[in-house]
Design a binder for this molecule. Sequence first.
Ligand code: AMP
Ligand code: TRP
Length: 350
Amino acid sequence: MAGASATLDSPMTTEIAPAPAPVASPSPRPRIFSGIQPSGAPHLGNDLGAIRNYVKLQWEYEAIYCIVDFHALTSLHDPDALRTRTREMAASLIALGLDPERCTLFVQSHRPEATELGWLLMTVTPVSWLERTPTYKEKKQQQPDDVNHGLLSYPVLQAADIVLYKASLVPVGKDQAAHLELSREIVRRFNTLYGDTFPEPQAVFTESPIVLGTDGVRKMSKSLANTIDILAPPEVVTRQVMGMVTDTKRILRTDPGRPEVCNVCQLHRFFGDDFEEIWEGERTARTGCVDTKRLLAERIIRHYAEARERYAELMADPVRIGRILDDGAERARPIAEATMAEVREKMGLR
Ligand code: AMP
Ligand code: TRP
């Protein structure tokens, strides 16, 4: 993966003038794209690992963000749940700072060109590339009774999402690194066969590209039930944080803690400038794990207080969310149509 990703502090992503509204013609600024599954309201890993970058980058780039309901169907076969979670994710993204005037926010299935392009890209993607994808292997284990074809072709549709908008940067968490690598391989293959068409997309990571869950060992993930649900009622956040696993070698209150391996201490980095002081308290056993967790819970609740209010307001106004998402799909249309016309021509379909 060397050289294939950037963080916000790399020279590549700084000092770039604000982007205008999306247009069909090539933009002088790099275009960014990211997709997020409609998993309901996001967890702390989603925010620290990706959504913070979505918010920041919308001011610097031409940003397009998509709630990927087609992808969600590979693991969810409940129409009502899919609809509800899509709305919750849209409200959450706006509540957390996406400005629908500034970026383009839409639902994947509202711009169906991605499925056509997904098929076309499948014809240049060897099955062996997909079978070796780590997420496919994980999913086969997680849902052995539902190893559907969508799970295998998932990364091809993801590549289609990105290249449909000719995006060159993709803000994501580190768990998406292999998918981005595959997208690049597909792009190279396409460009070799049909002529230079798509830029090779690069992942953009935050400073916390992998956030561990409340168990302290595995990636924070809804499917592992180890999340901190940032927009949930304060009592839920408190319960989740107070249940976190800390340094497992710190048995007695008087034992010194090891902040380097304690997930609670690591998360304090993102909720105050005084984390080193907090770490020192742990190292010297001046503070106990319970104190450190209580403080983290308070800070997370305070940090997301405004977003929680905005989220509740938006969820009470489904018409507004619907309008924002419809507008987003319309703004994405000319770019998607222009790419498809070019691709069909190049592949001999016109
Ligand atoms: P998903 O809900 O899987 O669509 O994830 C949405 C975004 O959040 C993707 O960019 C993921 O890479 C990112 N993400 C999800 N879980 C984590 C985590 N535990 N740590 C960091 N980033 C994450
Ligand atoms: N696979 C991504 C995830 O699980 C979601 C996704 C779909 C995506 N299409 C994308 C991410 C395009 C970035 C770009 O989080």
